[in-house]
Write a protein that binds this ligand. Structure first.
Ligand SMILES: Nc1ncnc2c1ncn2[C@@H]1O[C@H](COP(=O)(O)OP(=O)(O)OP(=O)(O)O)[C@@H](O)[C@H]1O
Length: 260
């Protein structure tokens, strides 16, 4: 673990997580600690359960067994009110942005704030405008429908919505998928800027080796139903064939070279 993270508090602690669907055991005794301010990339072969892991942490998938502590609170032992508060601390950008297509970008963000607060409408509109600007979108984007935006702008709108309730933990499911290399690099910069300015902890599922190099402090590799965590430098020394191929294959080597 990089030295600067060692003293930071653990904000997400997964202990011996099991996720099983019928006979299909996806995670078996998976443990992971994520520290405040860390940007952790989650990688792994197709179907290894990256999305399920993210959904489990944010409370959208009921784990089969194990313990999840968010900011030290056991999610299975908190009151319903505390659980809602914990969930509000976690913003999620789903792979497809998951925006309501019948609402404008601004209305998408306003809907989240309305659902969770009793703030007056004018203030809610102002907060939505602030989130739109934080996500690097021009003000006019607020009045557009998702279908009127480019893929990159839709992702930014998704980020604006994920930030609606001022979360301190941000989950991103393949944020740069479908973006061209320039758009992807700009999106990486946005995440870094938000992480630094808002002090966010970021958990990012990605296949994008450039993103891993550019913005992640550590990488978690889903392997053998568990997770192996390390810096890219540590992981490249691993003997496991999947890890070797992932970081040491032609694309992995190219990404390493360009981020030296
Ligand atoms: N609710 C569910 N019920 C049954 N099976 C499920 C459920 N959710 C996920 N699975 C199965 O779990 C496996 C892992 O799914 P998941 O989407 O987490 O993989 P992933 O690592 O994110 O894959 P990819 O990189 O291809 O997106 C898949 O085989 C999927 O069909």
């Amino acid at each position: 673990m990089p030295d600067e993270l060692k003293t930071k508090e653990v904000v997400i602690s997964l202990k011996d997580i099991i996720n099983q669907f019928g006979d299909h055991v996806l995670h078996d005794g998976l443990s992971l600690d994520i520290r405040k301010g860390e940007v952790i990339g989650i990688v792994g072969g197709s179907g290894t359960g990256k999305s399920v892991l993210m959904r489990t942490i944010v409370g959208l998938n009921q784990k089969t067994a194990g313990q999840i502590l968010i900011v030290g609170m056991n999610v299975d032992e908190v009151s319903p009110k505390e659980r809602t508060q914990l969930h509000q601390r976690m913003g999620v950008l789903f792979q497809d942005g998951a925006l309501f297509s019948s609402l404008t970008v601004s209305q998408n963000i306003e809907a989240v704030i309305k659902e969770h607060t009793k703030l007056p409408s004018k203030l809610i509109r102002e907060i939505a405008a602030l989130k739109i600007s934080l996500a690097g979108l021009p003000m006019e984007a607020g009045d557009k429908y998702p279908s009127e935006l480019s893929g990159g702008m839709r992702k930014r709108a998704g980020i604006a919505r994920a930030l609606a309730l001022d979360p301190d933990i941000l989950f991103l499911d393949e944020p740069t998928a479908g973006l061209d290399p320039i758009g992807a690099a700009q999106f990486d910069q946005l995440i870094t800027r938000l992480q630094e300015s808002l002090g966010l902890t970021v958990v990012m599922i990605t296949h994008d080796l450039d993103s891993l190099h550019a913005i992640c402090n550590r990488i978690g590799v889903l392997l053998d139903k568990k997770i192996k965590v390390g810096t890219i430098k540590n992981l490249t020394k691993e003997a496991d064939p999947w890890i070797k191929e992932y970081f040491g294959g032609p694309r992995g080597r190219a990404a390493t070279r360009s981020h030296r």
